[in-house]
Design a protein around this ligand. Structure first.
Ligand SMILES: O=P(O)(O)O[C@H]1O[C@H](CO)[C@@H](O)[C@H]1O
Ligand SMILES: O=c1cc[nH]c(=O)[nH]1
Length: 421
């Protein structure tokens, strides 16, 4: 039939309102002089792609349809890969107890920029309270309302631009939550959203308490794929995660400097016991040697931890154009045993590590965004020469910042410029 699966072109999608605005803008400037235009800098030729690589949403299109609006994707926007949704008069997110006819999604969630998900409702509530304190958005001791109080399936808390949601245990549970979350973000018209799973896992060859930032989620055969049966046919989706985001999180951990953090592959299994090569389940069909051989091979393949949700999480975020990361603490080293035997207090402290790291990352990102808004305001108001000066001073500001950081990390007191040479 001539359809091919392609990465959609990224363009600002032109609604009638946007078309009208462009026309009004052009009419207003119809008689501008050369002197007036010389104060304007056009930068539409530069494209800095920081969010997507080869992964991401795809569209089915015929040749010549690349610029057809239905085949485009707007940068930073949520991509819904389901043509049927547009025909629905109402969308009920049953497991969240929210609906598009009963709730004003853009008003409730339109400002969401970060979504943090984790297994237990208790842990996500604790995270929401922690982030309240970190972002200075209220009293972290105060009770916080569960948006999904009408259902006992998932718990959801909102703190400023951060949404914290529990997803339960395993692929089926997180997958239902993600379907509804992605639709929630879409209906709310959210843009530039980062989604992070903060969780626990079993480590392979690293000390308990280490944090693993997932580069890719792999299946029990060590392949970076998520396989699902749809209408009786096998659909395979990529489970690669965003490398830049992983690096940024690793940098945050360096700055916190409180616990060991590594970037590595994460194995995602369907089960905690046999699926993760444990010897202590109710059923076990292999020997201890076979178990050790398997875990050592996993380590050799670059796998540093095992958990139960990352594959479908990565696959669904990829398809929907969402920047995503998985940050899990390891509760034990599986090369040393199977039972989680650390004390309650130690486990609670371990579980706080991904929260601390992601809290720091969000705080950093938000302060960067504030700086960006300030510079955009300055840039819009200035002439070309002023703009050049601003850029120059911004670059020098950055360089000075780096030098100061370098100086303080070297414990040198007098300024020096050797990094500039
Ligand atoms: O990250 P959390 O929610 O702790 O989840 C991890 O712990 C559960 C097993 O105890 C699995 O769901 C696994 O992925
Ligand atoms: O070993 C572990 C620990 C936490 N979660 C898992 O899935 N496995």
């Amino acid at each position: 039939m001539g359809y091919k699966c392609r990465i959609p072109c990224v363009k600002p999608l032109m609604t009638n309102r946007k078309r009208q605005k462009c026309l009004t803008w052009a009419k207003e400037k119809k008689n501008w002089t050369v002197a007036q235009w010389s104060k304007v800098l056009f930068s539409d030729e530069s494209k800095f792609c920081i969010s997507f690589g080869n992964e991401g949403p795809r569209v089915w299109r015929k040749s010549g349809e690349a610029h057809n609006p239905s085949c485009l994707r707007e940068e930073g926007h949520i991509h819904l890969s389901n043509p049927h949704l547009a025909k629905m008069k109402e969308d009920i997110l049953y497991h969240f107890d929210l609906g598009t006819n009963t709730h004003d999604f853009p008003a409730l969630f339109g400002d969401v920029k970060f979504v943090c998900v984790g297994g237990s409702p208790w842990r996500m509530k604790a995270f929401a309270q922690y982030i309240t304190g970190e972002l200075k958005l209220g009293n972290p001791e105060e009770e916080i309302a569960n948006i999904c109080a009408g259902t006992d399936r998932y718990a959801m808390y909102k703190v400023g631009p951060v949404l914290a949601i529990s997803h339960g245990m395993g692929i089926p549970s997180i997958s239902i939550m993600l379907h509804e979350l992605i639709k929630l973000l879409y209906h709310s018209k959210c843009t530039d959203v980062t989604v992070i799973r903060i969780g626990t896992s079993g480590g392979i060859g690293i000390d308990p308490g280490s944090v693993v930032i997932t580069s890719q989620s792999v299946n029990p055969c060590f392949k970076p794929e998520f396989e699902q049966i749809v209408l009786g046919k096998t659909v395979i989706r990529s489970t690669q995660l965003n490398n830049e985001l992983a690096q940024e999180l690793a940098q945050c951990s360096k700055e916190i400097n409180e616990f060991n953090t590594v970037i590595g592959s994460t194995m995602c299994t369907l089960d905690f016991y046999e699926g993760q090569a444990r010897l202590d389940g109710a059923i076990c069909s292999y020997t201890e040697e076979e178990k050790m051989q398997y875990l050592k091979a996993a380590y050799e393949a670059g796998i540093r931890n095992i958990e139960m949700e990352s594959s479908v999480f990565a696959a669904m975020c990829n398809v929907s154009g969402l920047r995503a990361a998985v940050v899990c603490v390891t509760l034990l080293n599986r090369l040393d045993g199977d039972q989680i035997s650390s004390s309650h207090d130690v486990l609670v402290e371990y579980q706080q590590r991904p929260q601390k790291l992601v809290g720091y990352f969000i705080k950093n990102r938000m302060s960067q965004n504030l700086n960006k808004t300030e510079s955009i305001q300055i840039w819009c108001l200035c002439t070309r020469t002023e703009l050049e000066n601003h850029i120059a001073s911004a670059i020098w500001g950055k360089i000075n910042g780096v030098i100061q950081k370098y100086n303080s990390s070297c414990k040198k007191t007098s300024p020096h410029t050797d990094t500039l040479a």
